[in-house]
Design a protein around this ligand. Structure first.
Ligand code: SAM
Ligand code: SF4
Length: 510
């Protein structure tokens, strides 16, 4: 059990809303009251570059810089990339984004699953089905026994090893609850259907509301993976129009300084995100660059991942249909490429909010992580026999891609992409600052390839259909040959671990 003696407790939702934010933990990171999201700079860059065709020579220089250094671009450089509309020049950018992805992450896609723990919420975000006061939403908080039932499906039937655990913001689901759910996830071991080998969740990432430093230290103590908080929009005015001033979430500065507190607390894998469709995408990308650069300035660590959720239909709101800033699939694809070039070392997550066509389209646009067989209804995995079943009143929004993990793994393998279930990084201390250099120089990609092969073998043997196992097996042969070429001296050690995995050993990693 986590030691929660250092964290504050709140008697009810009103007490929580009034007292949760720790003002000193905001001010510390906004010295002189100046915010690192420089609204004037962003607006100036958008105005200066609006509608102008950029000089292709300058575009190529910026792309070459991103590719060779893997360092975060300047906002002025990102602004130039945003001007590109010429299809041939954009294709050069896309190809470079794909090459950078391969340099940093190799030819793998990391697989994860969302797991919603609760839909109680004290906030009033206008686009979200969970918001306080939405009478259509059926409210529920998973008990630890119910959570185990969900884990039995996720780890026992589907074969997941990596979760993003998601929570509304409410004193009932305080940090103590979050810590207990993480511990429950790690402790559950479930036999796999084909081999009977025990599978378990080995990395729990969290998507929750911003927390104070003391609470983040508790999550660190129970082995949190990445802490994800989506900014929704960086545009303060629009942010304030979507998040009522009476709510905790209405405090823009508390949310924007959240990752500074994470890094101070030693939670050093942090996941950014913008809810695309709320504001001009160009504003969001420029602000993302400013946010990453400010974290790098303070801590020498940037975002471990960027997520790209788009507004989806949700219960009791028309914002997802009526926002003036909704984007089409082509713009979504463009955003991913510019993001990959602008923050070259980061992981890029594209969730099952997207349609299958939109996800397939961006597989070679620099993305690195996706979820499949996802169900975001509270207790949806164990309650619904059909994994693709959705109920608007039990979930935050509707998913676009209901494909099963088996189908997706097969589709990826046919394109020469290996699905990785690796969770080694944070268990070997390869997080935060320790991983930044390894990512930028491509060293981490090598470890990842080996661990991808080992975990892919596990998943194929424990969970895959015959057809998927066959195509996956052929891909592994190719991967092993590549590893032998790269690391001839180390290869016998890799092969030993691989053969042990084939014989039934589990959770071997480098
Ligand atoms: N409640 C916490 C918070 O807001 O920070 C945790 C995250 S919330 C459960 C998960 C994320 O879902 C939100 O940050 C938001 O970006 C996204 N979301 C909310 N409503 C959405 C919608 N209608 N369509 C797509 N994504 C949505
Ligand atoms: Fe609550 Fe998060 Fe939904 Fe806002 S986005 S209403 S904070 S669950």
């Amino acid at each position: 059990m986590a030691d929660c003696s250092s964290i504050r407790r709140f008697k009810d939702a009103a007490d929580y809303t009034k007292n949760f934010i720790v003002r000193d933990e905001i001010n510390k990171y906004l010295p002189g009251g100046k915010h690192f999201i420089d609204d004037a700079l962003i607006n100036r860059l958008i105005a200066e570059t609006d509608g102008q065709a950029p000089d292709p020579v300058r575009v190529r220089e910026i792309v070459a810089k991103a590719e060779s250094t893997c360092e975060t671009l300047l906002p002025e450089e990102t602004a130039v990339l945003m001007q590109v509309t010429d299809p041939a020049l954009f294709e050069e950018m896309r190809a470079a984004a794909d090459r950078i992805k391969h340099k940093v992450y190799d030819n793998r896609i990391v697989m994860f699953a969302p797991l919603y723990m609760s839909n109680l919420c004290v906030n009033g975000c206008k686009y979200c089905g969970f918001r306080e006061g939405n009478a259509l939403q059926k409210r529920r908080v998973l008990t630890m026994d119910e959570l185990k039932e969900e884990l039995d499906v996720l780890a026992g039937r589907i074969g997941h090893k990596r979760l993003i655990a998601v929570y509304g913001e409410h004193p009932t689901t305080s940090t103590e609850y979050i810590a207990e759910t993480i511990e429950t996830c790690y402790a559950r071991k479930v036999p796999a259907p084909r081999t009977g080998k025990l599978n378990s969740i080995r990395r729990v990432n969290v998507n929750a509301a911003p927390l104070p430093v003391a609470d983040l230290k508790v999550l660190r103590s129970v082995g949190i993976g990445t802490f994800q908080v989506f900014q929704e929009t960086y545009n303060r005015k629009l942010y304030e129009s979507m998040h009522p001033a009476w709510s905790v979430k209405g405090d823009y500065d508390w949310r924007t300084t959240c990752f500074h507190r994470c890094l101070e607390a030693g939670v050093d894998d942090v996941g950014f995100g913008v809810l695309y469709g709320l504001c001009d995408w160009r504003y969001e990308l420029l602000a993302t660059v400013l946010h990453a650069r400010d974290l790098e300035r303070w801590f020498n660590i940037g975002p471990h991942t960027l997520s790209f959720p788009r507004l989806e239909p949700a219960s009791g709101t028309r914002v997802p249909e009526e926002s003036p800033w909704l984007i089409d699939d082509a713009t979504f694809a463009r955003i991913l490429v510019i993001a990959r070039l602008s923050v070259p070392y980061t992981g890029i997550i594209v969730t099952a909010r997207e349609s299958p066509a939109s996800r397939d389209r961006v597989l070679d646009h620099g993305m690195t992580q996706l979820d499949c067989s996802s169900n975001i209804a509270i207790k949806g995995y164990s309650d619904f026999a059909d994994e693709a079943h959705q109920e608007k009143e039990r979930q935050q929004f509707m998913l676009g891609d209901n494909r099963s993990i088996d189908e997706m793994v097969r589709t990826l393998a046919a394109r020469g992409v290996i699905t990785s279930f690796c969770t080694a990084g944070y268990r070997c201390g390869r997080t935060g600052g320790c991983i930044m250099d390894a990512l930028k120089t491509g060293r981490e990609g090598k470890f990842c390839k080996i661990n991808a092969v080992l975990t892919f073998r596990e998943w194929l043997d424990d969970f895959a259909s015959e057809e998927t196992r066959a195509i996956g097996g052929r891909l592994i042969e190719k991967e092993l040959a590549e590893i032998k070429d790269w690391l001839p001296k180390f290869y016998p050690t890799v092969l030993k671990q691989y053969e042990a995995t084939c014989r039934g050993a589990r959770d071997l990693f480098f």
